[in-house]
Design a protein around this ligand. Structure first.
Ligand code: MIG
Length: 661
C-alpha cells in the first residue's frame, strides 16, 4: 500500500515513474510540521531498525547517526561525514510498525536517526515543497519491493561490464594503456576494461582526445578491443571556457549553460580551469550535451563514467574575490592567529561552497530555478542526458555508464561508483555495507574503487578487497595519482591475483543471471541477512555478510593478517572456497556460528541449503567465456533457473534455462 502526500509546490524530479493519486490528510506514522520549513518526527521503539539512504556512510542499520542528502565531492569518507556523492531519500523503519518513506525533495535534507535523541527520528528540510510517499508492507523487504516497483526498472549494462576493469588516475599515453593490457595478458589475469581518467583529454576538455598522445584514436580503440579490452573514458561536468572549442562555442551560442542571476554564464573553476556547467535540467541543453558523447562513440567507445557532477567546484571568481578581500583586511595581522585563521577558513571554504550553489540558475520549462534548490539532481540529469543520447546514437545497443553523483531515478539510466574511498580496511567493510542500501534505492550496477582510491594499498588489502569485488556488478580497481601502483600484477604474487579475479569469471553466469532477475522483478541483487531471515534475531543484526541473488551468502575477510573469520549461518550451507587452477573445496556447515579459514588467494562463498549454482571455466575476458564448460555445484537434486541474454542489445530476449545437479 503506497500513499502519496503533497506539500507545497514540489519540483518534479522524475524519481517516481508510476502515477499515484494524492492522499489528503497526514500520514499515519509520525508527526509532520510543514509551515515554512518541513519536519517529520517519529519516535522509534527499542528494537526498530532503520534501513536505506543508499550511498551513505556507516552501517546497514542507519540508527544512531545523522545523515544529510547533499551531493558532495567528498574525498574523505571518514565516519563523521554526513554527506557523500548521492542523495537517496528512501528509508524503511522495521519493527513493531514497519513502513517506508520516500521524501522526493531535490535539495538538502537532513535525516537524524536517533542522533540528537536516541529514540527520535527527524527528517527535515528548509522548504516544505515535496512529495512524501508512505509505504506499508509486511516486512522491510516487502516495503522495498513495492518502492522499487514505482521508481521504474534499473539500468542493465552490457555484459562485458561484468568483467574486471583496471583504472588509475595518471595513465597518460598509449604506452601507459598498452602496459596495463600487457601486464594483465602476459600474466594471464583476466581483464575486460581499462578506464581512461582525465589525462586522455586535451586540456581536460570534454569530448576531446589528446591528439599528440592518442593520434588515430579509433585505431587504438580497435587495437585494444582486438585484445578483448574496452577503453572507458571519463566525462567531467564542467565545459572548459575557451573560444574556438566547439562545445564551449555551441553552449554559449545556444544558451545551454547555467547562468547567474544577471543572465551571464556562471563560471566555476575545476580541472580545465574556468568552466561552465551545461544546464542538464533543461531538456534542450541536455539533448545538446548528450549528443556530444557521439564524438567518442563514433570512434568505437562503448562506455563512460561521469565524474565531478555534484557538480564539484574548486572555486568561483566570486569566492576568490572574497578571499582576496579577507586577505587584504587581515594584511597587518593585527589580530594575530585570529586573522590567520580567518584566511585559512575562507580559503578552505572555497571548494563546493554553498554560496556558489546559490549563484547560478537552471531554466526548466521556461522557469528560472536557483541551483541549490535542485542541487541533488545535477549528476542524475547529466547521466540521463548521456543515456538518452545513446538511445539516439545506437537505439538498440547497451552502453556502460555510471556516475559519481546521483538521485533516485538515475538508477534507470546508469550505475554508480562510490567515489574516492581510501586504501583502508575500514573502507572494504564500508563497501560491503553500502551495497544493500544502494540496491534498495534501485542502484544495482554499483561498485567501489577496489584496493582503495586514496593512500597506498597493500597486496593483502587489494586481494581481500578483490575477493569482495568478485560479487559486485561493477568490479574495478582504481587508484589516485601519486599513490602506489595498484594493478593486480604489481605485487609479485600474480598467481594469487589471477586466482581471485578468475573466480569472478567462473561465477559470471550466476552473477549475471541474478542481476537480470533482480532488474526484471524490481528486486535486490544483494540483500542484508535481515531481509532474507527476518525471523532470525541474530541474523537481523549481521552487517558483515550479504546474500547475493537467491542462492549464495558471502562473508568477506576485512581485517589485516586474518587467516579466516567468524561467520553466522542462519541455515545449513555448503561452504565453498575457490582457488587457483580452477579448483575449489566444499564442506557442509550446520546452522550457527563457525570460524572458517580463508587464505588470501581464496574466494569464499556459501551456497544456501538445497540450492545450486552454475560454474564455468575462467576466461581472459567475458566474450571468451565458454558456456560449454559449465557445470553445476551445490546441493544434489537442486535446480537453478539461469537467466541470460545476448549481453549487448537493449531488446535482447532473456533466455531461462533450468540447470540441475
Ligand atoms: O578531483 O579525474 O572520483 O575517480 O580519478 C578529482 C580524477 C577528480 C575524482 C574521481 C576519481 C578520479 C579523479 N576525480
Amino acid at each position: 500500500m503506497i500513499r502519496k502526500y503533497v506539500f507545497g509546490r514540489p519540483f518534479e524530479t522524475g524519481a517516481v515513474e508510476e502515477q499515484i493519486g494524492e492522499t489528503q490528510g497526514l500520514p499515519l506514522y509520525g508527526e509532520i510540521h510543514s509551515e515554512g520549513s518541513f519536519l517529520f518526527r517519529y519516535v522509534m521503539r527499542d528494537g526498530d531498525a532503520v534501513y536505506g539512504l543508499g550511498e551513505a556512510n556507516r552501517g546497514i542499520n542507519k540508527r544512531g547517526y545523522c545523515y544529510v542528502s547533499d551531493c558532495t565531492d567528498q574525498p574523505n569518507h571518514t565516519e563523521d561525514k554526513r554527506s557523500l556523492y548521492g542523495a537517496h531519500n528512501f528509508i524503511v523503519v522495521s519493527g513493531e510498525e514497519t513502513f517506508g518513506l520516500f521524501f522526493d525533495y531535490p535539495s538538502k535534507m537532513t535525516f537524524d536517526i536517533g542522533y540528537e535523541k536516541t529514540e527520535l527520528m527527524t527528517v527535515s528540510c528548509e522548504r516544505a515543497d515535496l512529495y512524501l510517499y508512505v509505504i506499508e508492507g509486511e516486512s522491510a523487504y516487502d516495503v522495498v519491493r513495492q518502492f522499487r516497483k514505482i521508481i521504474g526498472r534499473s539500468y542493465i549494462p552490457p555484459k562485458f561490464a561484468f568483467g574486471f576493469g583496471q583504472s588509475r588516475w595518471g595513465y597518460k599515453t598509449k604506452e601507459d594503456f598498452r602496459n596495463v593490457a600487457d601486464g594483465y595478458r602476459s600474466n594471464r589475469i583476466p581483464l575486460d576494461l581499462i578506464y581512461m581518467d582525465i589525462d586522455y583529454m586535451q586540456d581536460y576538455k570534454d569530448f576531446t582526445v589528446n591528439e599528440e598522445e592518442f593520434s588515430d584514436f579509433p585505431a587504438f580503440v580497435a587495437e585494444m578491443k582486438e585484445r578483448g579490452i574496452r577503453l572507458i573514458p571519463i566525462i567531467d561536468a564542467g565545459v572548459k571556457v575557451e573560444e574556438g572549442y566547439p562545445v564551449y562555442d555551441e553552449g554559449v551560442r545556444g544558451g545551454y549553460f547555467c547562468k547567474r542571476k544577471d543572465g551571464s554564464d556562471f563560471t566555476a573553476s575545476v580541472w580545465p580551469g574556468e568552466t561552465h556547467f551545461p544546464d542538464v535540467l533543461n531538456e534542450e541543453a541536455a539533448n545538446w550535451f548528450g549528443d556530444h558523447y557521439r564524438s567518442l562513440t563514433d570512434q568505437g567507445i562503448e562506455g563512460f563514467w561521469n565524474d565531478m557532477n555534484e557538480p564539484a567546484i574548486f572555486y568561483s571568481q566570486e569566492g576568490v574575490r572574497e578571499l582576496q578581500q579577507v586577505i587584504s583586511s587581515c594584511q597587518k595581522m593585527e589580530r594575530g592567529m585570529a586573522d590567520l585563521h580567518k584566511i585559512q577558513q575562507t580559503a578552505g571554504g572555497l571548494a563546493n561552497a554553498p554560496a556558489d550553489y546559490r549563484r547560478f540558475y537552471h531554466s526548466v520549462n521556461g522557469q528560472k530555478i536557483r541551483h541549490d534548490l535542485v542541487h541533488n539532481l545535477y549528476g542524475y540529469h547529466m547521466t540521463k542526458a548521456a543515456a538518452q543520447a545513446f538511445g539516439r546514437i545506437a537505439p538498440n545497443r547497451r552502453f556502460l555508464l555510471f556516475s559519481r553523483a546521483s538521485y533516485i531515478g538515475m538508477h534507470r539510466y546508469g550505475g554508480i561508483w562510490t567515489g574516492d574511498n581510501h586504501s583502508w580496511w575500514s573502507h572494504l567493510l564500508l563497501n560491503l555495507k553500502m551495497l544493500p542500501s544502494l540496491n534498495m534505492c534501485g542502484f544495482l550496477y554499483v561498485g567501489a574503487d577496489l584496493g582503495g582510491f586514496g593512500a597506498d594499498t597493500t597486496k593483502e588489502l587489494l586481494l581481500r578487497w578483490l575477493a569482495l569485488g568478485v560479487f559486485t556488478p561493477l568490479m574495478r580497481d582504481h587508484s589516485a595519482i601519486g599513490t602506489r601502483d595498484q594493478e593486480a600484477y604489481q605485487f609479485g604474487d600474480t598467481e594469487a591475483f589471477r586466482s581471485v579475479i578468475e573466480t569472478r569469471y567462473r561465477l559470471l553466469p550466476y552473477l549475471y543471471s541474478e542481476y537480470l532477475k533482480a532488474v526484471y522483478s524490481d528486486d535486490m541483487y544483494c540483500r542484508p541477512l535481515a531481509f532474507v531471515y527476518p525471523e532470525d534475531a541474530f541474523a537481523c543484526g549481521v552487517e558483515d555478510q550479504l546474500i547475493i541473488g537467491d542462492e549464495i551468502m558471502i562473508a568477506p575477510v576485512y581485517t589485516e593478517n586474518a587467516r579466516g573469520r567468524y561467520v553466522y549461518l542462519p541455515e545449513e550451507m555448503r561452504f565453498m572456497k575457490f582457488m587457483k587452477d580452477g579448483c575449489y573445496t566444499e564442506q557442509t556447515l550446520g546452522q550457527g556460528h563457525h570460524y572458517v579459514e580463508i587464505a588470501v588467494d581464496e574466494v569464499p562463498l556459501f551456497i544456501r541449503a538445497g540450492r545450486c549454482i552454475p560454474l564455468v571455466d575462467a576466461a581472459s575476458c567475458v566474450d571468451e567465456i565458454d558456456m560449454r564448460t559449465m557445470k553445476v555445484i551445490g546441493y544434489e537434486g537442486a535446480r537453478y533457473e539461469r537467466y541470460d541474454d545476448d549481453g549487448i542489445h537493449t531488446d535482447s530476449q532473456v533466455t531461462r534455462t533450468i540447470e540441475s545437479l
